[in-house]
Design a protein around this ligand. Structure first.
Ligand SMILES: Nc1ncnc2c1ncn2[C@@H]1O[C@H](COP(=O)(O)OP(=O)(O)OP(=O)(O)O)[C@@H](O)[C@H]1O
Ligand SMILES: [Mg+2]
Length: 248
């Protein structure tokens, strides 16, 4: 379980301080698929960057199985698969396979393990045809699939994705959805942000709704539906935000 306790993060933008995340607390249970939603600037990426140990909170703690994630970053990172939106992190001059091999080697995987993982991921994402082509000529969706595969090369048990389906066509988005369902069945923990409510409704049992750096709802999607007597996430989001008096 991941426990986020009273975490805040602010950035200095020119001479102004921007509170990106403001004293948030939440739990992410092992094996859950958690959707993170909120308007542009709500703090989603900032929260994901902190969960992935890339930036430290100014205040508060984040613990994984009771241990502060910033005190054993190396160990925590070996269990995490992280993908941030358009930053695919791929090397254009290398082929898809070479990219995957390279990232696998960063996790000290054996050549055989890397090969097996690449075979499995190429099959899963339908990348076989272009596995040995250089990434520079790839379409956005092809790159995104390789990037998703890259985050999974070391078989992480926690996956953090920031807007993973942005720019993907219907087929690739469906592959992503299928992947989430398969991964879920393997008991992996997945947290992803999206602006596509349909993805949340289809894939997540839990959601985190953020607004202006704060949490307006955190918990089971079904409970929210029951509480508010509606299954319309767009409506629910708007009413939660308005209900908290956060629209100013
Ligand atoms: N490195 C930074 N420097 C300055 N301000 C930042 C930085 N990172 C984030 N912020 C600010 O923090 C706030 C939250 O940003 P964040 O990127 O977390 O939002 P988001 O919910 O991911 O939005 P989006 O849906 O547009 O991706 C915004 O006001 C943003 O301008
Ligand atoms: Mg973002």
């Amino acid at each position: 379980m991941i426990v986020v306790d009273q975490v805040s993060k602010q950035f200095k933008d020119k001479k102004q301080y921007v509170k990106a995340v403001d004293h948030i607390s939440l739990n992410i249970q092992k094996g859950h698929v958690v959707g993170l939603i909120g308007e542009n600037g709500a703090g989603k990426t900032t929260l994901l960057r902190m969960l992935s140990t890339l930036i430290e909170p100014d205040e508060g703690t984040i613990k994984l199985e009771g241990r502060n994630i910033f005190e054993n970053k190396v160990q925590v990172r070996s269990r995490l698969g992280v993908l941030f939106g358009s930053e695919t992190g791929l090397y254009n001059r290398l082929t898809a396979r070479e990219n995957l091999e390279y990232f696998g080697s960063l996790y000290s995987m054996s050549a055989l393990d890397i090969k097996n993982q690449i075979d499995m991921l190429a099959k899963r994402f339908g990348m076989g045809k272009y596995l040995d082509r250089k990434v520079e000529g790839f379409s956005k969706g092809m790159k995104q699939k390789v990037a998703i595969a890259r985050t999974l090369i070391h078989d992480p048990d926690i996956v953090l994705f920031d807007e993973p389906t942005t720019g993907l066509d219907i087929t690739s988005s469906n592959i992503f959805r299928e992947f989430i369902n398969q991964y879920k069945n393997e008991g992996k923990t997945i947290v992803f942000s999206t602006h596509i409510m349909e993805e949340i409704a289809q894939l997540c049992e839990n959601i985190i709704m953020m607004h202006k750096g704060e949490i307006v709802y955190e918990g089971a999607l079904e409970e929210l539906y029951e509480q508010e007597n509606s299954r319309d996430l767009n409506y629910l989001f708007t009413s939660k935000v308005a209900g908290e008096g956060l629209y100013v």
